[in-house]
Design a protein around this ligand. Structure first.
Ligand code: AGP
Length: 615
């Protein structure tokens, strides 16, 4: 997690840093800081603030004291891993001379060993972070006369772990040295400016000429130029990043928060994601997939890998693959997959699902599947993300930048695209009849309209949700297609409203958890009309008999369900196979409303970061 931005060659470098940090805050918001080289005095200015959710705003006041003639400047917004979120642990970290500053995203695995060596050689460390060792290592080479670039290279050659770093030195006041391993970093140039950023959104206001750094590459960024080399110093041609987003898409655009904006962008996200990839006859085409149909036809099983909301999309996809492609499919939490002895081979299609394309657990799971011989596809929302670069094939959701920590539009886009992948596999394998194919394609193509209807009911959903703003104990239940929706609804309520919420297969409650059901417990159930509706309602009866209050996601006009529960969140009816895309929408509003009623910041919930780049 953590956001990095660096600018050199701009008089308004500090304003650009702050604007960039505002856009990067979603990556972490425990603390923030900047370091700026002073071209006049030759000194290094540093300011840091540790205030949950308000660090960048307060930092913008502090940079008023920054040099008037700035050289290279770097900034950071932090999600604490090693060391509490205090000012002394905030980045940038300085070396012992106070003339070199460094920001870091990732984890330095051998930091204890490195720190012991540094302490023994007389360095004074001032933080509890793993990151600080890096700046002292750079200091040692610089003191021996090496350039900043060479010093960074030497430092990284002894480091184990994941990192994206940016370093400046008062001795070379116009240079930023940037490097990465696993954690992403891009560099760019515009006329006489150079830029470094952990993602495209933060760099776009400066330039669209952006390059992605590869593994273990080190960039020397000067005003208007970038040189990239491998760790051994050999020159590398940087790879240009295709930018399809505009800066505006990463702004709130009149909504009170990013989450509201992103919920309202969901119909477009679903429509754009399917656009041109399926037609009414059921002809499917996934252009970047780059795995020939003949090879897909010989796949024997599908292994889905993901975390959080993406994992819930993977759970829904498992059902779609079984239904349409008639292939055995499994969905695993990525952080568990790589540590179990999963049986994966050359006839396995591994699909790693990740909004950001840089979740480190998913990335490692994807690499593990690839090592075991599977063909690996990254299904991600971020073009050129680390996972997209490493996979054999890519499937991009086209949801646009998602800034709110809670996944909303990217989740719906994932569900839709995974449905499409399942259909595609079914078609190339000949596992689905032409008639079924056309029917499923029709359902997918009209999905965005149903999502639009659901999103348009936001006020009505909010009014129902307000009645439950006080809840403390919630079960989310569903069966078959309703189960991944229940998981997602519970996750949203937990992460945004800080309410204990558990999701369960409705039929499983009676095997244990029902002992916890009593008056005061809220049960949220996905009770749309499927062939399992009667069974779901029998489970609802079991909850009500023990005093639970029941709130149901139900089909429009379903009076029978309405009579059997305490309140309903009505949704337009769609084919069960793709119903998760619609049914999750009222649960997003539920979580949003309960969170707001409790005064929580929905875009930046406590303890979380949008992009999880630590294991
Ligand atoms: C969802 O609301 C969460 N913020 C989180 O669970 C997220 O889905 C998870 O961290 C995975 O992220 P990714 O899709 O970027 O890999």
């Amino acid at each position: 997690m953590c956001g990095i931005i660096g600018v050199t060659g701009a008089r308004d470098a500090c304003a650009r840093l702050v604007a960039g940090l505002e856009l990067l805050e979603y990556r972490g918001y425990d603390s923030a800081g900047v370091a700026v080289c002073d071209r006049v005095s030759g000194d290094l200015f540093r300011a840091r603030v540790a205030e949950h959710g308000g660090s960048v705003e307060r930092l913008s006041g502090r940079v008023a004291d920054a040099p008037e003639d700035p050289g290279a400047a770097i900034g950071h917004t932090r999600w604490a891993t090693h060391g509490r979120p205090t000012e002394e642990n905030a980045h940038p970290h300085l070396d012992c001379t106070g003339r070199i500053a460094l920001v870091h995203n990732g984890i330095i695995e051998n930091h204890r060993e490195l720190a012991a060596g540094l302490d023994g050689r007389g360095h004074k460390r001032t933080s509890q972070t793993d990151s600080e060792v890096l700046v002292h290592l750079v200091e040692e080479s610089a003191a021996a006369g090496a350039s900043l670039t060479e010093s960074v290279r030497r430092c990284l050659s002894v480091v184990r772990g994941d990192f994206a770093i940016a370093v400046v030195s008062a001795a070379e006041p116009e240079v930023i040295v940037a490097a990465r391993r696993t954690s992403p970093l891009i560099v760019g140039v515009a006329a006489s400016v150079g830029i470094v950023a952990s993602d495209v959104a933060a760099a776009l206001a400066t330039t669209r000429e952006l390059y992605a750094l590869g593994e273990d590459e080190v960039a020397t960024v000067r005003p208007g130029t970038v040189e990239v080399a491998a760790l051994d110093g050999s020159r590398v041609s940087p790879r240009r990043v295709e930018v399809s987003w505009s800066v505006q898409r990463a702004l709130k655009g009149g909504y009170p928060d990013f989450m509201s904006k992103e919920i309202h962008e969901q119909p477009q996200a679903v429509r754009d994601t399917l656009l041109g990839r399926v037609d009414a006859s059921g002809r499917t085409e996934i252009e970047e997939l780059a795995i020939p149909d003949e090879e897909l036809a010989s796949v024997e099983r599908v292994q889905l890998l993901a975390c959080g909301s993406s994992y819930h999309a993977a759970l829904a996809a498992r059902q779609a693959v079984e239904r349409w492609a008639r292939l055995p499919a499994e969905a695993d939490v990525a952080s568990e997959f790589r540590h179990r002895s999963a049986v994966v081979g050359p006839r396995t299609l591994a699909v790693a699902v990740s909004q950001s394309g840089e979740t480190v657990d998913s990335l490692h799971a994807m690499r593990e599947a690839s090592r075991a011989g599977a063909r690996v596809v990254a299904l991600t929302n971020v073009v050129d993300s680390v996972m997209a670069r490493e996979a054999d094939g890519i499937m991009y959701t086209r949801a646009g930048p998602e800034i709110g920590v809670a996944s909303t539009k990217s989740h719906l886009a994932q569900l839709a695209l995974l449905d499409l992948l399942a259909l595609h596999l079914g078609r190339v394998r000949g596992a689905i009849s032409g008639e079924e194919l056309a029917e499923a394609a029709g359902a997918l193509l009209s999905l965005h309209e149903a999502v639009e209807t659901a999103v348009g009911r936001g006020d009505a959903y909010r009014a129902v949700a307000e009645r439950f703003a006080h809840v403390e104990d919630v079960y989310f239940l569903g069966r078959r297609s309703g189960l991944p929706v229940a998981y997602e609804g519970a996750l949203k309520l937990k992460e945004l409203a800080y309410v204990r919420a558990e999701a369960y297969p409705a039929g499983e409650m009676k095997h244990g958890p029902i002992s916890l059901v009593e008056p005061g417990v809220l049960v949220v159930v996905v009770a749309t009309r499927t062939t399992l509706w009667e069974k779901v309602m029998a489970n609802v009866e079991e909850m009500r008999a023990r005093g639970a209050t029941v709130l149901a996601v139900a089909d429009d006009g379903d009076e029978e369900t309405e009579r059997l529960v305490d309140a309903v969140l009505p949704v337009p009816h769609v084919a069960e196979a793709c119903s998760a895309v619609v049914n999750v929408v009222p649960l997003q509003f539920l979580a949003y409303t309960v969170a707001r009623a409790r005064g929580n910041d929905v875009d930046r919930p406590r303890n979380l970061a949008k992009v999880v780049t630590v294991e």
